[in-house]
Design a protein around this ligand. Structure first.
Ligand code: KG4
Ligand code: ZN
Length: 338
């Protein structure tokens, strides 16, 4: 069976064709980074308009890669939650139109579950049950994942998401959007102990929560102390490197500590990490070191499967096997379900 998967939750327009055996026949991602860069973050209206322009060419390119005609598709799956309302609606409309025109079933994808499922695809074998850490531009959450479709929220950020903090702090330092890769690159030549930034809840192991808003403010005050005249010169490269490295280290300390706390609380021995921030090499190295020392099985997909893509929509195969199909009434749910 061939399943077309569609992803338009944020600022990537993506489609893939996967089989019920989890083979990937085609995959395309059209990034909108260049459209949002002048604004230092995703502008929802620009994102949805760009999805409208790109969705059909992306689907065509994916089908061409797979060597399939639309009539050879057996189902169409679409991420309908969580995400930007306008962006979700574009993918949803395209998927429904195909389902009607081709008379094939529609499958609803939860984007956060799909991020964790990317670990299943990358591993090539079962990774459930596990603790799922989702670190993206919109979410930073820990889940107990008993199966691909059975998630319980254990805790998450009480303010900014980790990726959002990377993007906002990058803007403060004069680095381009998206901030994550730019900060990672700048941090390589910096000293992670140059500045002591806050790590909220770190010592309270009973709280599986994150907070990155105060960290962002701390970086801001380091660059521009309150009451001092505004800086007019761009920041020196060495200063930016130290700020980036110290900020990144603070984020990684929090993500690693809370993931380990969730693992010990749950009794599970597997950690699956997904979302754009999971592409960060320093985070990957830290989690590898922490998990290896504690006999915890760690799964982090290759970077292209961490950032938004439609291949991870292969979670639709699990829905298909469970006989869970969506009706044409399927709606977009911008907020994450708890
Ligand atoms: O999962 P994703 O592609 O989209 C959402 O669902 O939000 O995540 C995008 C986020 C952005 O905030 C971006 O700055 C961050 O992931 N990101 C990174 C890296 N690559 C992308 N953060 C840290 N280090 C990276 N290498
Ligand atoms: Zn995502």
């Amino acid at each position: 069976m061939n399943i077309l998967t569609i992803e338009t939750t944020c600022d990537e327009t993506a489609a893939a064709v996967v089989t019920d055996q989890l083979a990937v026949l085609g995959s395309s991602v059209a990034s909108q980074d260049e459209l949002h860069r002048p604004f230092g973050g995703v502008v929802p209206e620009i994102a949805s308009r760009a999805h409208v322009e790109r969705i059909l060419p992306v689907i065509d390119a994916t089908l061409a890669q797979a060597g399939l005609k639309p009539s050879q598709l057996d189902a169409v799956a679409v991420a309908h939650t969580p995400g930007l309302a306008g962006s979700l609606l574009v993918g949803l409309s395209a998927a429904k139109a195909l389902a009607i025109a081709l008379r094939i079933p529609l499958i609803a994808i939860d984007h956060l579950q799909a991020h964790v499922y990317a670990c299943r695809l990358a591993a090539g074998r079962e990774v459930f049950p596990c603790i799922g850490l989702i670190v993206s531009g919109g979410h930073t959450s820990l889940y107990r994942c008993l199966s691909p479709l059975d998630f319980t929220l254990l805790g998450g950020t009480i303010d900014d998401a980790a990726g959002e903090a990377f993007d906002k702090v990058a803007a403060l330092m004069g680095l381009p959007y998206p901030g994550g890769p730019a900060i990672e690159a700048a941090a390589r030549s910096g000293n992670p102990r140059a500045f002591s930034f806050p790590r909220p809840f770190l010592s309270d192991r009973s709280r599986l929560e994150f907070s990155f808003s105060g960290l962002k403010t701390a970086v801001r005050y380091q660059i521009q102390p309150p009451g001092e005249p505004a800086r007019t010169e761009p920041l020196a490269a060495e200063y930016v490197a130290d700020l980036a490295a110290s900020f990144q280290e603070a984020v990684i300390d929090c993500l690693a500590a809370k993931s380990l706390a969730a693992i010990s609380e749950s009794g599970l021995r597997r950690l699956c990490v997904g979302g754009g921030v999971a592409a960060n090499r320093a985070l990957r190295r830290r989690l590898e070191a922490e998990c290896a020392g504690r006999d915890i099985e760690l799964h982090i997909p290759p970077p292209a499967l961490c950032t938004d893509n439609a291949v991870m929509g292969a979670i639709a195969v699990e829905q298909l096997k469970a006989g869970r199909f969506a009706s044409l009434e399927l709606d977009a749910f911008p907020a994450a379900r708890r």
